[in-house]
Design a protein. Structure first.
Length: 379
């Protein structure tokens, strides 16, 4: 009897000890921060959580400066995750994607991967139909930013990009600052300096599905784009150099319409060339960040996203190349048009089109770009 009592006591102590072990607390979006704690290329990677007084939550990893989740209230007050992404750093490392990334050095495409600076032709990687896309196959979305969480609502990420990084010239120091404000906005500011002339064009590549259900396509979302013109592309997704009117074409979002209203009208060559929408719109805002550049609304959730920027353009990409081969958060399969991207930026291939706003950054100068994603609810 005495022996049994001793054994029972030991068992009780073991159970008590186990129950007192610290548990891994998940975020509001269901992410386990421990699944993001590792080293990539000998640099520490973590998950950082921002929260405002309204209970909105934004989770960011310093691998690629990526927004991993965005929790906002819907029309019924239920919190919804409105961006695509992965549950662990392993998936971000092993599955090529741009989900939520801070793109650099050059967002979008550069024709034939070539730039000319002071008469010297520089050959960049050709990783997309012969062109350089999003800084090349080892662009900043696949690199680790140094992270510093300023407080519960602000995160600073710094990338030291060496001279010759993907063959881009100049030692560049780039900073991305994410601030979650109390009006439910994600305020993103970019800065960069260089010691040699180079080109810089940064953006955020979040994939939005405002219904909060990535199993549903975004073709029912209402989209408004404050732009009377766009830059057409050829069959390799490269801008032709033209700037055309949207009026009378499927590219016209000056009056809000569903993303899916015209998206399959492939008799229009631009939709055929883009496999849907994958184009840069020339904004009417003239760099005024107080003017709405684009507005997106889910009729299901009532969630609206307004985009503000001081950039001259915005790339609208309707998730055309999502093909069901990738499983994201909560093992959801990401099918075609499961999300839409609204990338504030200079125009694609601007280094080779001197008549367009310049992307050249010189020593002693500072590149700056500003984007705000503001979330509201239509009840």
């Amino acid at each position: 009897m005495k022996k049994n009592l001793i054994l029972m006591g030991i068992a009780a102590l073991m159970i008590s000890s186990c129950s007192n072990q610290p548990k891994s607390e998940t975020t509001l979006s269901g992410l386990d921060p421990k699944a993001f704690e590792t080293k990539v290329n000998d640099h520490s990677v973590n998950l950082y959580t921002l929260k405002n007084k309204n209970g909105m939550e934004v989770c960011i990893t310093n691998f690629g400066g990526r927004i991993v989740s965005v929790m906002v209230p819907d029309k019924n007050g239920n919190m919804k995750d409105v961006v695509l992404g992965f549950d662990s750093i392993a998936d971000y490392v092993n599955i090529p994607s741009d989900f939520g990334a801070s793109i650099g050095r050059y967002a979008n495409r550069i024709k034939d991967g070539k730039i000319v600076i002071d008469g010297d032709t520089i050959q960049l990687p050709q990783n997309n139909f012969g062109h350089c896309l999003h800084g090349g196959p080892k662009g900043w979305q696949y690199q680790v930013y140094e992270a510093k969480q300023i407080d519960g609502t602000k995160l600073e990420l710094v990338r030291q990009s060496p001279d010759g990084d993907e063959n881009f010239p100049g030692n560049v120091t780039a900073k991305v600052t994410y601030t979650l404000t109390n009006d439910n906005s994600i305020d993103i500011s970019y800065e960069a300096t260089t010691d040699k002339k180079t080109v810089i064009n940064m953006t955020n590549h979040s994939y939005f599905n405002l219904s909060g259900d990535a199993q549903k396509p975004i073709t029912d979302h209402l989209l408004y784009v404050n732009a009377d013109k766009f830059t057409p592309v050829d069959s390799t997704f490269m801008t032709t150099g033209e700037i055309l009117d949207v009026k009378g074409t499927p590219m016209d979002f000056t009056v809000a319409k569903t993303v899916g209203q015209d998206i399959d009208k492939y008799e229009y060559d631009q939709l055929k060339n883009g496999n849907g929408y994958d184009h840069n719109w020339v904004l009417n805002t003239n760099g005024d960040i107080k003017q709405v550049a684009a507005r997106l609304t889910s009729p299901v959730s009532g969630i609206t996203l307004e985009v503000y920027t001081d950039e001259p353009g915005i790339q609208v990409y309707s998730g055309n190349f999502l093909d069901g081969t990738v499983k994201g958060k909560k093992s959801i399969v990401y099918n075609q048009r499961a999300a839409i991207c609204l990338e504030t930026q200079h125009y694609p291939d601007s280094p080779n089109k001197p008549e367009w706003p310049s992307v050249l950054l010189e020593p002693g100068k500072t590149y700056r770009s500003h984007c705000i994603f503001k979330f509201t609810v239509n009840k």
